[in-house]
Design a protein around this ligand. Structure first.
Ligand SMILES: [Zn+2]
Length: 233
């Protein structure tokens, strides 16, 4: 409450808000933990996987005693351990064109903690339809990227990543998703409390191997199949 710019009603804004978090894995873990600890009142967790032993180096919502349990269920247990006052709704469905509108109902902001681009693009399109922001995060090894997309003020995810990278297994050092997920959580908290400057029109790239943070200006593409029509004016 004493944060500069937070104002008297900042905490109230957090407790009234609904945030949709897609993915309760590596990025979703720090995002969800910090949103719950901050007192975000309504959190929707969407994940259909179960906890596997190979997840545990980075997915700190879950632990050894949760092996083979649904991640969404495990996430809810952990979030209520952190903050029993908040509402946690779990969704264990694949995000599709048919259900994305219904799944994200009431969300004030969407957090992309996924590992597949097909669902990411669907969430981006839905965020545009609802005129709400999407906070993107992604990692590879010791490198990660973050941006906040709120079209038409900014480009969209597809302007910046026009094609889904090939599906592959890739290495992740657990602390990397901690850094990137924490930055995503902070963007959500800033947006909900209207504090600070959001990461709009900027792609932040963090390289943990040499501790560099670089910010790149990003631009909307008029030929973008998702948002181009909004940028033609
Ligand atoms: Zn676009």
């Amino acid at each position: 409450m004493t944060i500069d710019g937070w104002a008297d009603d900042g905490q109230e804004k957090l407790s009234m808000a609904t945030v949709f978090v897609a993915g309760a894995g590596g990025l979703g873990s720090p995002v969800l933990l910090y949103l719950a600890a901050a007192g975000v009142g309504n959190i929707v967790v969407c994940d259909m996987d179960v906890v596997d032993i190979s997840n545990l180096n980075r997915q700190i919502l879950h632990g050894d005693s949760r092996l083979h349990i649904d991640k969404a269920v495990s996430a809810k247990i952990t979030l209520h351990y952190i903050n029993p006052e908040i509402q946690v709704k779990i969704i264990q469905e694949e995000i599709t064109r048919n259900n994305v509108h219904q799944l994200t109902a009431e969300a004030k902001i969407i957090v992309d903690c996924l590992d597949n681009f097909a669902a990411r693009y669907l969430l981006m399109e839905e965020a545009i339809r609802r005129d709400i922001p999407l906070v993107h995060g992604s990692v590879w090894g010791m490198e990660g990227r973050v941006s906040l997309f709120h079209v038409p003020e900014t480009p969209c995810l597809k302007c910046v990543f026009p094609a889904a990278p090939p599906k592959e297994q890739f290495p992740i050092v657990g602390a990397t998703v901690g850094v990137i997920g924490s930055l995503q959580a902070l963007e959500v908290i800033k947006f909900l409390t209207q504090t600070g400057d959001l990461m709009k029109n900027t792609l932040l790239v963090w390289d943990g191997s040499n501790n560099s943070f670089n910010k790149f200006k990003i631009y909307a593409r008029k030929d973008c199949p998702i948002c181009g029509y909004l940028h033609k004016k």
